[in-house]
Design a binder for this molecule. Structure first.
Ligand SMILES: [Mg+2]
Length: 245
């Protein structure tokens, strides 16, 4: 980190109204796309997918992301179980490459769940941002991901030391944007919503959900996607965090 960047992270005052910062994991801290790409590299080699007609990892990731996002929207509403989500996202992706092989899809799905949490690529300045925030606030995590996967990611990325509490949707029994998971996490953190703020990448899930629970929100929008959503703050980079909280 350059001196000027350290300077930005040092520009803190203690006048913030917030005491508790709640942060999402996937696509806010943990760089889902880069880590998925690394995981697919491993899976390609292991299952020799090149010989099955899959030539381009990025195209595979794009197709996978489309199916994964759709299936996650069903999973969030409890319309499908996590085992179905995990299997079907690969069954459908492989099918789009003319590979109709449920056994292979099962193996790829198992490998994805075991290999992806070993990947540790975080967004730029996450660690600097967490170190800054930890000096001034109590940090907490709220994540919708699979319990066993998220706990491994947290340990492999050495993130546990930053967080006083970690709430997963499987533990809470409900998923974001249901306000009950925010209420659950606030209670667990012994925090009130009025002095709490949620940082997350998903307007409909993190930002709307936190807002419904009475919390302020920071929308992390690294690609600067245009939107009509409401949020207290919006950032493109973790570097901007000390300027707002
Ligand atoms: Mg997220």
């Amino acid at each position: 980190m350059h001196e000027s960047q350290e300077g930005i992270f040092a520009m803190a005052d203690n006048s913030s109204k917030y005491k508790h910062i709640f942060i999402d994991l996937d696509k806010t801290i943990w760089d889902f796309e880069s880590n998925a790409l690394k995981t697919f590299e491993d899976i390609f080699k292991k299952h020799n997918l090149g010989a099955r007609g899959v030539n381009d990892l990025r195209t595979f990731l794009k197709v996978y992301t489309r199916h994964n996002n759709l299936l996650w929207s069903h999973y969030r509403k409890n319309e499908i179980k996590k085992e179905v989500l995990n299997f079907r996202r690969f069954e459908w992706t492989l099918r789009d490459f003319n590979i109709n092989d449920p056994i292979l899809a099962t193996h790829v799905a198992e490998d994805y769940v075991s290999l992806s949490p070993q990947k540790t690529i975080l967004y730029p300045y996450v660690i600097e941002g967490l170190n800054y925030l930890k000096q001034h606030y109590d940090l907490h995590m709220i994540t919708n991901g699979f319990e066993e996967v998220q706990q491994q990611k947290i340990d492999n990325c050495d993130l546990r030391k930053y967080f006083k509490t970690i709430t997963t949707s499987e533990e809470a029994g409900v998923k974001k944007p249901d306000r009950r998971i925010f209420d659950y996490a606030l209670k667990k953190a012994n925090a009130s919503a009025s002095v709490s703020i949620m940082i997350g990448d998903d307007l409909g899930v993190d930002i709307e959900g936190a807002g419904n629970a009475g919390m302020d929100q920071v929308f992390f929008n690294p690609e600067g996607i245009a939107h009509n959503g409401k949020c207290t703050y919006e950032i493109k980079s973790w570097m901007e965090i000390p300027q707002i909280i």
